[in-house]
Ligand binder design. Sequence first.
Ligand SMILES: C[S@@+](CC[C@H](N)C(=O)[O-])C[C@H]1O[C@@H](n2cnc3c(N)ncnc32)[C@H](O)[C@@H]1O
Length: 219
Amino acid sequence: MNRVHVINRLLTSIPQSRYLEIGLNRGGTFIRIQADCKIGIEPMWPRLQLFWYLLTNCRAKHFRMTSDAFFAGHSKVLEPGIDVAFVDGLHEYHQSLKDVQNCLRFLRPGGFIVMHDCNPASAAAAVPLPQKGREPGTWNGDVWKTIVYLRSQYPDLNAFVLDCDFGLGVITKGIPESTVLCTPDQIEAMSYDDLAADRKRFLNLKKTEYLEEFLAGRT
Ligand SMILES: C[S@@+](CC[C@H](N)C(=O)[O-])C[C@H]1O[C@@H](n2cnc3c(N)ncnc32)[C@H](O)[C@@H]1O
């Protein structure tokens, strides 16, 4: 199971579904998502690729800018609401938290926020920002802290992480299944070793089969 399967599963049976993706890279996920309306944000798009995208994804809307610039000046396009938002832009705690908070403003009732990179497998993959000269390889950053923040500071949100594809966070409005007790200062000070010592509890980490159980419990 990967992000494409999870997002398409969440969108199944939503009429007139609306999808937002923050951070498209080459658009490998975006192009595979089945939604009636798709909106993508990517600051680094080469113009040639953008042209190709407009040809192949003519019903989609694309914004060539950072998520902050989008939410500051272009978010009117989200006013009809969003059913699934996929947060996969800058893999940094405060930026991913801000992206989630902005998405929450437009989330339709029953909607989902999916966040990539929530369960880094090593300290090297979890460095807060990629350092110059580091070994090439997976970079998930410290996005995982956003899950800990939501689970400790938002009593009106439920969040869990599916144990696949570097950790897919699923965030919905509603009573949380469980919470963690951490202050913002404690989260700031947490290290990868803290996460590794108790990732199941901090992330509410679930096997992939849990997704169907969760969805069945919502109907
Ligand atoms: C891991 S890639 C996205 C992969 C893509 N979602 C997929 O599944 O194929 C992260 C992307 O986020 C973009 N990005 C970086 N900072 C961003 C920001 N502040 N706002 C939006 N996107 C950003 C990068 O240019 C990069 O292409």
